[in-house]
Design a protein around this ligand. Sequence first.
Ligand SMILES: NC(=O)C1=CN([C@@H]2O[C@H](COP(=O)(O)OP(=O)(O)OC[C@H]3O[C@@H](n4cnc5c(N)ncnc54)[C@H](O)[C@@H]3O)[C@@H](O)[C@H]2O)C=CC1
Ligand SMILES: CCCCCC(=O)/C=C/C=C\C=C\C=C\[C@@H](O)[C@@H](O)CCCC(=O)O
Length: 183
Amino acid sequence: FQTAADESKQIDLMVNNAGTLNEYDWEPVVQLNLVACVRGSKLAMKHMSKKNGGRGGRIINTCSDLGLIDFHQLPLYCATKHGVRSFTSSMALHPDKELTGVQFACICPSVTRTDLMRSYNETISMAEDLEAIAIPTSRVAEGFLKLLRMSRMNGAILYIDKLKCEFCKLEYVGLGPVWTPQQ
Ligand SMILES: NC(=O)C1=CN([C@@H]2O[C@H](COP(=O)(O)OP(=O)(O)OC[C@H]3O[C@@H](n4cnc5c(N)ncnc54)[C@H](O)[C@@H]3O)[C@@H](O)[C@H]2O)C=CC1
Ligand SMILES: CCCCCC(=O)/C=C/C=C\C=C\C=C\[C@@H](O)[C@@H](O)CCCC(=O)O
């Protein structure tokens, strides 16, 4: 991150996208999917914050539909993605956000045709079915661009599958705000 910040002087967009899947050798998965996402978000937040002399910015974290639902075949992966989703939404609720100028959002794609999906395919017997239900990466890119085109994306949780590309509404415990899209 520091190398990028030194080279470009100002970072306006941080995407914490790296992720992996392994239910057996699982501790590195927590480190990458959740810890690195939190670390990257905090570094970017510090750099972008208007309170520290930055000019604000956007932090978009790659979650998954498995950050919204439970799935018995991938419990650890689900746990990390629920963590990413909740961390991102909670950061977006911070009362300081107008002062920092930093917006947080996450994307939640359904199963997508990438190396991650192919590696998982190798471990199950339904490989062709998974290939059939998967969406192309271009579909995820469309969702990502939809977020970028919005001037106010703070708190957005964008679910993307074959048919839908829509914002999720979560219920908050207490009297916190519920997010609705605003242009
Ligand atoms: N493929 C899918 O079905 C879905 C994937 N996702 C999420 O999308 C994100 C991207 O995954 P895919 O493109 O599918 O996987 P991928 O395996 O094709 O790509 C993962 C990327 O993470 C990077 N990476 C892996 N370990 C790293 C490390 N220790 N440090 C830095 N970078 C590292 C790799 O270089 C690669 O660019 C992940 O967060 C994944 O959980 C979300 C929903 C569905
Ligand atoms: C598929 C693993 C990589 C992507 C992980 C991710 O972020 C999101 C995954 C979402 C759904 C994964 C579903 C996997 C299902 C298969 O195990 C199999 O049960 C599906 C069989 C096809 C079918 O039921 O039609």
